[in-house]
Design a protein around this ligand. Structure first.
Ligand code: AMP
Length: 394
């Protein structure tokens, strides 16, 4: 398929889009329709000359926003639409050409991602209306982690919770972990070896990838498990929920809200969920910001060390995501907590590998595990998987 792929990421009131050519170097048309369903709905984007535009779309719904997006594609006609779908449960081990049975399977998984899957389904329905003739493909955040063995995905809970209710670890950010581990294999000439990947953005997760397959990851049933994130707590004692309920009288919704939206960097620093600001304030000596930075980095290092148990051999560690790609401070702090791995870090390379650059942070030729910064490209990976699926559906 030579035509470009339209990649769509639908939230409850937003649609992020990118039109991606089969030539990965070709410029992309990309943008965001936001505040949908309100009088302030609007479409922001960039044209092929790199100029920004904003178009007001008062009260537009998802279908109207997609029609407006179609007009911004400068006459380029997509050959397929690739949807980012957050949760595929155990139904999907790879991307799937969307038909009624795929929609039903995504619906049946909605209980596991109540905020995301219904919005993704709304996006599929709206896309069908606007592009009835185009093949649509679902690309799942969870699918890459379906290769986890039971010892990594099972919680030590009564079996019926797994067999009857699907309570297990699923993992997320799959397209990102898949993309950066494959790219590091190519760049390093080590191929599909053993990689520990750290996707550090507003959401954060680590993964252990062996031979292009995920063997373990830090997120679990939901994207709340694992690392400290912008506003998410990551791991806490499972007894915390009962304690907060019994001692403080908090409802389940209050607990859920506190752990998802008031915790993480924001909760620890008392200031912000934004790592740039946390770093600035930590350098100024703000105690909360210093603590937030310290806990954030320590928990990443601890997770990477733990995940190394999943790998027969370690070829290297990869940093990606807004923080992983741009923060020499976080990278150097995390690596300093992993002395047993034998990294040999080039400080200058760490300082200069920022703002979308890919590069190796360790001294050349020491033969041990390497450290890479690889800007993630989830949209590019979704387009690639969409193309493969349309060309050779299962
Ligand atoms: P993402 O969700 O991947 O867009 O990442 C967002 C996170 O990246 C936010 O916490 C930002 O503060 C952080 N970030 C972006 N640029 C930098 C930077 N130059 N230094 C530190 N953190 C950054």
């Amino acid at each position: 398929m030579n035509a470009p792929v339209l990649v769509i990421n639908c939230g409850s009131s937003s649609i992020k889009y990118a039109l991606i050519d089969s030539d990965p170097q070709a410029p992309r048309l990309a943008g965001l329709a936001e505040r949908l369903g309100s009088s302030e709905a609007r479409l922001k984007g960039k044209n092929s000359a790199g100029e920004s535009f904003i178009q007001q779309l008062p009260d537009a719904d998802h279908s109207e926003a997609l029609s407006a997006i179609l007009k911004c594609l400068e006459g380029r006609v997509p050959g397929a639409v690739g949807h980012r779908i957050v949760h595929g449960g155990e139904h999907f081990t790879q991307a799937a050409l969307i038909d009624d049975s795929v929609v039903a399977a995504i619906e049946s998984t909605s209980a596991l991602a109540p905020l995301h899957n219904p919005a993704n389904l709304a996006g599929i329905a709206a896309t069908k209306k606007v592009f009835p003739e185009l093949p649509q493909v679902a690309v799942f955040d969870t699918a890459f982690h379906q290769t986890l063995p039971p010892r990594a995905y099972r919680y030590a809970l009564p079996e019926a919770l797994y067999t009857e209710h699907g309570i297990r670890r699923y993992g997320f950010h799959g397209t990102s972990h898949a993309f950066v581990s494959q790219r590091a294999g190519e760049l390093s000439n080590r191929g599909a070896g053993g990689w520990l990947t750290a996707h550090l953005g507003n959401g954060c997760s680590t993964s252990a990838v062996w031979s292009n397959q995920s063997l373990d990851t830090s997120m679990g049933l939901t994207p709340l498990e694992g690392l400290v994130m912008g506003t998410r707590s990551g791991d806490v004692d499972p007894g915390l929920h009962a304690h907060l309920h019994r001692q403080l009288g908090w409802s389940l919704d209050e607990i859920d809200n506190a752990l998802n939206t008031q915790s993480g960097l924001l909760g620890l620093s008392g200031l912000t969920n934004d790592m740039r600001e946390v770093e600035e304030q930590a350098l100024e000596g703000h105690p909360g910001a210093k603590l937030a930075l310290g806990v954030f980095c320590y928990r990443i290092a601890k997770s990477l060390a733990a995940l190394s148990c999943a790998l027969p051999k370690l070829d290297g560690v990869i940093f990606t995501g807004g923080i992983g790609e741009n923060s020499p401070i976080v990278r150097s702090e995390v690596l300093s907590l992993l002395p047993h791995f034998g990294f040999s870090i080039d400080k200058a390379a760490n300082e200069t590998t920022i703002r979308g650059k890919e590069g190796k942070l360790d001294s050349v030729g020491h033969g041990g595990p390497e450290v890479w910064v690889i800007p993630t490209d989830e949209e590019g990976r979704i387009a690639m998987e969409t193309r493969l699926c349309v060309e050779s559906p299962e």
